[in-house]
Ligand binder design. Structure first.
Ligand SMILES: [Zn+2]
Length: 236
């Protein structure tokens, strides 16, 4: 049984207990955000899309960590015509794992792969649109991380800018129940700035890479900023 949590025109599907991907349903097809890990549930998700009346019109990846890319090969094998959309800055980082002058000069962390299993068909930047979704450039967890925002339904699909598994947090703030995002996190300070921006968008829902859908974002976001600022203050 797939673990599915629907909201607005999207659904969160949880793979191998702790990794989320998102399917956004539009009139002319589904958009897949992230691919979680390679696990048996991926076959069930592919079957669900194939049994629907709708095509899979795009695969979008928020960032290059393996728990967001792992299911990609299976999806591309099943939907070979579906374009892969990847962050332009994150793709540059995969091709050459080094900082650019335009990046904040914070040392890189491990976890950036040196290749992708498929070449991206389109490279995304701030302001691009994927169907009804808007692309936000949200560096911090990785230098090229992107977030998807639905302006009508007011939800954000934030990858690992935030997690809810183990308690809502900006990734970089440690959670015992799921420490991986904090371990691989590049720069917490930039993610705090990003979450300040999320607040200005007045989101109704936030879908994170790991954990439940956040349904009271406007209450939770200020608390996560406050905690992250404290963590930053003691680690300086
Ligand atoms: Zn990550």
């Amino acid at each position: 049984m797939l673990q599915i949590d629907p909201f607005a025109n999207a659904m969160q599907i949880t793979v191998a207990d702790e990794n989320n991907l998102f399917l956004v349903k539009e009139d002319d097809g589904f958009i897949l955000i992230d691919t979680a890990v390679d696990a048996p549930e991926i076959d069930d998700i592919i079957g669900m899309i194939e049994n629907s009346e709708l095509p899979l019109k795009a695969i979008v990846i928020t960032h290059s960590h393996d728990d967001h890319l792992g299911g990609l090969v299976k999806f591309k094998e099943a939907f070979s015509e579906t374009p892969l959309l990847f962050s332009r800055r994150e793709y540059e980082l995969v091709l050459k794992t080094e900082l650019l002058a335009s990046d904040k000069q914070v040392p890189l962390k491990e976890g950036i792969p040196d290749s992708l299993p498929y070449e991206p068909d389109f490279l995304l930047e701030e302001g691009d649109k994927v169907g009804e979704l808007e692309v936000l450039f949200t560096p911090g967890h990785t230098p090229g991380h992107i977030t998807l925002f639905h302006p009508f339904h007011r939800y954000l699909l934030v990858g690992d800018v935030m997690q809810t598994l183990g308690g809502a947090a900006i990734c970089g703030v440690h959670r015992d129940a799921f420490p991986k995002p904090a371990r691989l996190n590049w720069d917490l300070a930039q993610s705090i700035d990003v979450v300040h921006r999320f607040l200005t968008l007045e989101p109704m829902f936030i879908g994170t890479g790991h954990g439940d859908v956040m349904r009271n974002a406007m209450e939770v976001l200020p608390e996560t900023i406050e905690e992250a600022n404290l963590v930053l203050a003691v680690t300086k």
